[in-house]
Design a binder for this molecule. Sequence first.
Ligand code: AMP
Length: 504
Amino acid sequence: MTNPLFDLIRAGQPDLTRPFLETAEGRVFTYGDLDRRSAQYANALVTLGLQPGDRVALQVEKSAEAIFAYLGTVRAGGVFLPLNTAYTGPEIAYFLGDAQPALFVCDPAQEAALVPVAQAQGVARLLTLGADGRGTLADAADAASESFADVARGADDLAALLYTSGTTGRSKGAMLTQGNLISNARALVEAWRYTADDVLIHALPIFHTHGLFVATNVTLAAGASMIFLPKLDPELIIRLMDRASVLMGVPTFYTRLLKSPKLTREAAAGMRLFISGSAPLLAETHRDWHARTGHAILERYGMTETNMNTSNPYEGERRAGTVGFPLPGVSVRVVDAQNGRELIHGAIGMIEVKGPNVFKGYWRMPEKTAAEFHDGWFVTGDLGLIDERGYVHIVGRGKDLVITGGYNVYPKEVESEIDALDGVIESAVIGVAHPDFGEGVTAVVVARSDAGLSEAAVLAALEARLARYKLPKRVFFADDLPRNTMGKVQKNVLREQYKGLYGG
Ligand code: AMP
């Protein structure tokens, strides 16, 4: 027992002939393949100079090889740092500069554009890995030995660095330890009654805590298997339901699936569990899903910094519009955001979390870390309440976060880019209810009258600066922004003004 996270995975499935991953094209990888291939990646990384504690940054498409690279990094004692595939060059430059990884892996098609970015940030090595599983990193793994003595790590050592978007425009790296990931995988296996017989339909991206840790770690810890789809494909997901048992998705998955007439009680009959998270699931979606399939979606709540915190019960009522109870080992409380006192049941306040799931802190930001903890509890930034039956409800986001299609967009970051454009005086970015994305990023811009700016011009300028999902769906122009007496922009007034914009 030397590397607790990989030990957990190894113990999950002793029969190495069992499948752990099947691709959309029907290629099957067994637990034996996982063991051999992750050993090859670990050997390759060590040969490339990786030292324990070094970061391995990747901006790669979803593939089985990317999972082997993750596990190889863990086995080699490294810190896995996945980056959203939508990030642009300037965004990548920030992450590489902040995290100082020992190596950076990108898509072969991006290599020419990203070599100077990596060099400018002092990253010594750049390798490639494509959606087809080929690239210079895969070549290095091919040439390496299939056995590897795992590098010894403790529960408190880092296993991953996941960046969250920053409210002040700067992203923060959440330091997740082996112990954080292990405790959460165990808690979820128990809470969701996961077994080696489960087959997960995995259509989430693997650069986010949902697809990487919730979906993949839970599957591996239980010795189960997953079908890896590159993206949300409702018709394919419905077809796969007769040989799968679990689906994990963001609310958008469920609204899109409901649009297909092929989603029926019969189509979903073989499924055991539908799980939703990363953004609020509308009670209406919960009801529609139940009426159509006979299944009650199990909604859970978590975040990058804490892994998963709460879940509706496997047995017992899954209450629409709530995120359920604290997971085993996790404590949740609601406090008065003004005076920090714990509130009684039913009162709305700031949600705080404590437990082995809570991260070690923000990468190289001790003050920021200290500011987000209150008496040893992590301050989530989410506003909510605990009802008389103990179910946690999330009622709003203290930080004005916009969640679009399951992705977080911090208004401040988009506003900063808009404000930097010629002729712009100021801007406000809000989330407006959107039937497909949950919320649509919407910008209100105050420009100089002689600037001659148009919606198309603003969008064209932002395209090269921001990941696609952060781009406003609409840009409006106004003479000024509504403000309160303290000079703060009243985003609630803007939300009211633009509500119904996208219909639904
Ligand atoms: P992330 O760090 O990207 O996972 O985003 C975390 C944030 O997503 C949380 O702080 C919540 O605001 C939101 N979130 C996650 N799950 C839920 C849920 N089931 N209901 C409402 N909001 C959620």
